[in-house]
Design a protein around this ligand. Structure first.
Ligand code: SRM
Ligand code: SF4
Length: 543
């Protein structure tokens, strides 16, 4: 079934026009042809837009060297998969690298169009896909990076995440049912207690919550009889509580507007997650606003309709009523960053979180990570939304030798406190939306600050190169958003500063507190903020 676009205004938007002319996914059958004619001869819309439906991104900053965005459900991959990806980027020498993204994913760089058909074959053989990872599609589905390992988790969501991805992408082959959404769409499924997925910034997020079956039975009985029969209530409490998810919807960041997700007032058992995702996506696909791309994310539809109508339409699409949300959810921990060594729920096993500075990997790092995962763990690797990597399933007896491995000098389990929590989007090195360079600048500046400050605790600094907010400055202790500032009458690289972001339990978004700080003047500003708000001290003032 192809999508039904009911919004009449759709025809006004150039993106809607080219999607209506030819579905993005159609370029899948033309890859051999593109490889033959080369990137310069390709139709511009195919090259710069439709290829993103396959996860292949033309980079105007590095013409001819494409970026490939994978899908990594729950951020999980195997050593074999990592090796295949390493071999791909290795081919491109200095141009090739890979970034761990803020959605627990990998993006490969340096890719030539002539290699794409064979790369796709290799990805398929290795059980990987990059399909529908860009443009008006559902992005990588995030989950706790320690799903299935964490002794305190409530629901192991790995299977669910895979099922949702399979439904949306037709098991990675591509699914035209969901290739013409009004805009991008983010889904996250949390099974743990610490909101490791930033639930609040997703279009749909599932949050663990207990439905109080006993209380519901009591209310139902009271409604039917006007009184409560103690013996029946006692029987109902037998079943006690049922574990499932509360659902929140509409969270997003864009240059125009940023919103935290709001409760849908719905609780679902795990077995209904796939169906509910499908129903919400269908409602969004068929009724989402399409006239103006700045007003097309799910929250704009919820605004237009009101939450009650939106919920009712979702129920209609689902074909059954939704239960109301549980009164409280179980996200009651501070957020963990998973860096370091931690015991797993499986006796005698540990997971080891390695810090990857600003998420940047090169082919030798990727081969080494694959080797370490095989030699010390069970070959599995996990990625985090903080752009780091976890080696799980390391037996106690293998821990010490793992910690002695040379790669752990580069990817430390004990990074210094500011570097530890640094996150950065791609920035001007590869992204044409960027107003400033981010990753290298972020790392250099934070290292300088570490020389000058003593820190009481990690401070989460997020950099993002433009107002699109891929680096999530609104969730940071200190968020830095690229802009053009003025200094001595000239336009220079600058940032707007965000503060007040809270992650984990009771998460909420930070807001802009200072505008247009030139990057060359940023260090003292950050130093003062860290001293004033986060208990940092000047190294020189110690004695
Ligand atoms: Fe993003 C567009 C990179 C996470 C909001 N994002 C882009 C593009 C594709 C623009 C482009 O074509 O150059 C960037 C690719 C640059 C490159 O070469 O790497 C880009 N976004 C990224 C990544 C790689 C940042 C990173 O370094 O980690 C993240 C990839 C995640 C993934 O694996 O899929 C990434 N982007 C995000 C997030 C964070 C999140 O999802 O938690 C957001 C904010 C949350 C949200 O979407 O609500 C985000 N990206 C955007 C937007 C603004 C969306 C909007 O509604 O206006 C754009 C621009 C757009 O879509 O028009 C954008
Ligand atoms: Fe590019 Fe802007 Fe996203 Fe950074 S925030 S990756 S500069 S679009």
């Amino acid at each position: 079934m192809t999508s039904v676009i009911t919004n009449q205004a759709a025809s006004q938007n150039k993106f809607e026009k080219f999607k209506a002319e030819k579905d993005g996914l159609a370029v899948k059958d033309e890859l051999e042809y593109f490889a033959q004619i080369g990137w310069e001869a390709m139709d511009v819309t195919d090259r710069e837009h439709r290829l993103k439906w396959l996860g292949v991104f033309f980079r105007p900053v590095t013409p001819g060297k494409f970026m490939m965005r994978m899908r990594m459900p729950s951020g999980i991959l195997t050593s074999q998969k990592m090796r295949v990806l390493a071999e791909i980027v290795q081919r491109y020498g200095e141009d090739g690298n890979a970034d761990i993204t803020t959605r627990q994913n990998l993006q490969l760089r340096g890719i030539r169009i002539e290699d794409i058909p064979s790369i796709f074959q290799r990805l398929k053989a290795a059980g990987m896909t990059s399909v529908q990872s860009g443009m008006d599609n559902v992005r990588n589905i995030t989950a706790s990076p320690v799903a299935g390992l964490d002794a305190d988790e409530l629901i192991d969501v790995r299977d669910l995440v895979q099922q949702v991805q399979d439904m949306i992408t037709n098991k990675g082959e591509g699914n035209p049912e969901f290739t013409n959404l009004p805009r991008k769409f983010n889904i996250a499924i949390e099974g743990g207690r610490d909101n490791s997925i930033h639930a609040e910034i997703n279009d749909i997020a599932f949050i663990p919550a207990y439905r109080d079956v006993a209380a519901e039975a009591e209310v139902a009985h009271y409604n039917a009889n006007g009184s409560v029969n103690p013996s029946e209530t006692a029987a109902a409490t037998e079943a006690q509580r049922q574990l499932g998810f509360n659902v929140i919807v509409g969270g997003f960041f864009s240059a125009k507007r940023c919103e935290a997700a709001i409760p849908l007032n719905a609780w679902v058992p795990p077995e209904d997650v796939v169906d509910l995702c499908r129903a919400i996506l269908e409602v969004y696909r068929d009724h989402g606003l399409r006239a103006n791309r700045q007003k097309a994310r799910l929250m704009w539809l919820i605004d237009e309709w009101g939450l009650d109508k939106f919920r009712a339409e979702v129920e209609k699409q689902l074909g059954r009523p939704l239960l109301p949300a549980a009164t409280k959810d179980e996200m009651d921990w501070e957020k963990r960053d998973h860096i370091g060594v931690y015991r797993q729920k499986q006796p005698g096993l540990n997971y080891v979180g390695l810090h990857v500075p600003v998420g940047r990997l090169f082919a030798p790092d990727m081969f080494e990570l694959a080797r370490l995962a095989e030699v010390y763990g069970n070959g599995e690797l996990r990625l985090t939304v903080e752009q780091n990597v976890i080696i799980p399933n390391v037996p106690d007896s293998r821990l010490e030798p793992l910690l002695q491995e040379p790669l752990l000098q580069k990817f430390s389990i004990q990074p210094t406190p500011l570097v530890r929590s640094l996150v950065s989007c791609t920035g001007a090195q590869f992204c044409n939306f960027a107003l400033i360079e981010t990753k290298n600048r972020a790392l250099a500046l934070i290292k300088e600050l570490e020389q000058e400050l003593e820190l009481a605790r990690p401070i989460r600094v997020h950099w993002t190169g433009c107002p699109n907010s891929c680096g999530q400055p609104q969730v940071a202790d200190i968020g830095l958003m690229g802009t053009k500032a003025r200094k001595d009458g000239k336009a220079v690289d600058g940032v707007d500063i965000f503060m007040g972001g809270k992650v984990g339990k009771d998460a909420h978004l930070g807001s802009c507190v200072m505008k247009g700080i030139p990057c060359e003047d940023l260090k003292p500003v950050l130093r003062d903020l860290m001293i004033e708000h986060f208990g940092a001290r000047n190294v020189s003032s110690n004695g």
